[in-house]
Design a protein around this ligand. Structure first.
Ligand SMILES: C[S@@+](CC[C@H](N)C(=O)[O-])C[C@H]1O[C@@H](n2cnc3c(N)ncnc32)[C@H](O)[C@@H]1O
Length: 244
């Protein structure tokens, strides 16, 4: 069940919370990682937790893409942005499409895996959808050792007469468990109307060593590819796992 307002009743705000243009640079790292393992060709790729399809939109010309997400509203957004892509509703821990791909991608959606058990289940899904020699690419926003602690981020985007300010308050209410939280406040003006809404996301936080251990346990040979952090300091590496 989808509990995040940003992916359900507030999904229409998503393209302004995190505009597709902001993914261009990062998409270059994913393209390079895919090409490094798979070489040239229009390879089949599967994204789990496709969200608005912003990252994927930079890869669909070169690769044959399929997408999964939990949220019907997010699937609709991604479908509009990526009309040639087959979209399926499903949970990355349990979904089985009955076919395999050359690559499975899980971008910032992997942060919604809250326990090692969740992570193992998502890795098992990836494994079940990969051909021998296929590649899994993951991009956690934070690791336990690099989580910045209590922090406040805010940003404003405008498009089509609408202006949206997002305030994110990220914190770790219980450092002894594997989760952190973000409280969001969305303030938007559409014409003369001003609206304010809140959302609450709980996200998994694991050490890099835990990610690598679980990937190895689930049959992936793993490497870490560092890159510049995304805007706001989120995610500065790709975890690349090749099916052994
Ligand atoms: C931040 S958005 C992803 C944005 C995406 N990277 C993009 O480029 O547009 C996170 C997505 O993960 C999805 N999600 C969360 N938990 C999931 C699960 N267990 N299985 C599948 N999708 C999930 C949410 O519905 C949401 O659409």
């Amino acid at each position: 069940m989808q509990q995040h307002r940003l992916y359900s009743d507030l999904a229409h705000l998503f393209p302004l919370v995190t505009p597709a243009a902001d993914y261009a640079e990062e998409a270059g790292y994913w393209r390079q990682a895919l090409r490094r393992v798979l070489g040239p060709g229009k390879h089949s790729i599967l994204e789990l937790g496709v969200g608005g399809g912003h990252l994927l939109s930079y890869l669909t010309e070169e690769f044959q893409a399929t997408a999964v997400d939990l949220s019907p509203q997010m699937l609709e957004l991604s479908q509009q942005r990526n009309p040639g892509v087959q979209h399926w509703q499903g949970d990355m821990r349990t979904v089985r499409l009955g076919r395999t791909f050359r690559a499975v991608l899980i971008h910032d959606a992997v942060m919604y895996m809250l326990t090692e058990e969740d992570l193992r289940a998502a890795l098992a899904t990836a494994r079940a959808h990969l051909e021998p020699g296929g590649v899994l690419i993951l991009a956690p926003d934070w690791f336990a050792e690099s989580f910045p602690g209590t922090s406040v981020l805010h940003w404003t985007h405008r498009a089509g007469g609408m202006e949206l300010t997002t305030i994110e308050y990220a914190f770790d209410p219980d450092p002894s468990d594997t989760t952190v939280e973000s409280r969001f406040i969305f303030i938007w003006r559409d014409g003369t109307e001003l609206r304010v809404e809140q959302d609450h996301h709980v996200m998994g936080l694991f050490s890099l060593a835990t990610w690598i251990r679980l990937m190895e346990e689930m049959g992936f040979e793993s490497v870490v590819q560092r890159h510049a952090p995304r805007e706001g300091g989120y995610g500065d590496c790709l975890l690349v796992g090749i099916v052994r």
